[in-house]
Design a protein around this ligand. Structure first.
Ligand code: AMP
Length: 214
């Protein structure tokens, strides 16, 4: 049966990096609600402005809008078989909405936790930089680009520091994760759909573990 792979992990756990690798190497499409919202917020519409305000505060967009976006995106042809969700669901309501979607799409849900101790996360986020052209993710502490603040593959492009990766916002996001998203682990565990992967090792090691599951 085709699957919906749900990647769960605190912000900064490496979900985005891994989802991108899985897509590149296994050809399984990854849908990142964070990426969709980041793209959306640049538009000049009242909705885009609202999204921008919520995101830059490090808070969550409403469940209904998020569900609508996930529904629309996963209705496309590339999601006919197995696909990966990065950053969705993040609340109990979203998890319920996803059950409905999985039924409609006739897919089974498999959740994977990328497990990282909380004290590692702060630097992972505040140090994060990304290329706006290819999406490559760097970290000034752990995985710096070859040259200061420019992408290895697009040397003319300065790296982006996400507005919500500054320290104050990071605190809000971590608290939101603890409160809203962590309870989902219980939910998927009780229904035998949760696998845990140690997220503290090398990117390649973690990838191997995930690829086995996907
Ligand atoms: P991320 O890149 O996954 O850390 O997401 C960045 C931001 O996008 C979050 O802090 C939220 O403001 C918004 N966002 C992403 N996914 C969701 C979601 N499933 N529900 C609500 N808001 C979301």
């Amino acid at each position: 049966m085709n699957k919906i792979i749900v990647l769960i992990g605190a912000p900064g756990a490496g979900k985005g990096t891994q989802a991108r690798l899985l897509q590149e190497r296994l050809g399984v499409p990854q849908i990142s609600t964070g990426d969709i919202f980041r793209e959306m917020k640049n538009a000049d519409t009242p909705l885009a402005k609202e999204v921008q305000t919520i995101m830059s505060a490090g808070k969550l967009i409403s469940d209904d809008l998020t569900y609508k976006i996930v529904r629309e995106r996963t209705a496309r042809e590339d999601c006919r078989e197995t696909y990966i969700l990065d950053g969705y669901p993040r609340t109990g309501v979203q998890a319920e909405q996803l059950e409905e979607l999985a039924r409609e799409q006739n897919k089974e849900i498999k959740a994977i936790l990328i497990d990282i101790p909380v004290d590692n996360l702060q630097k992972r986020m505040t140090g994060r930089r990304s290329c706006s052209v290819c999406g490559e993710i760097y970290n000034i502490y752990f995985k710096p680009p070859k040259n200061d603040n420019v992408c290895d593959f697009h040397p003319d492009t300065e790296l982006t520091h996400r507005a919500d990766d500054y320290e104050e916002k990071v605190k809000v996001r971590l608290a939101t994760y603890e409160e809203m998203t962590k309870p989902l682990l219980d939910y998927y565990e009780k229904t035998n759909r949760l696998t845990k992967v140690d997220g503290t090792g090398e990117v390649e090691e973690i990838y191997k573990e995930l690829a086995k599951i996907v």
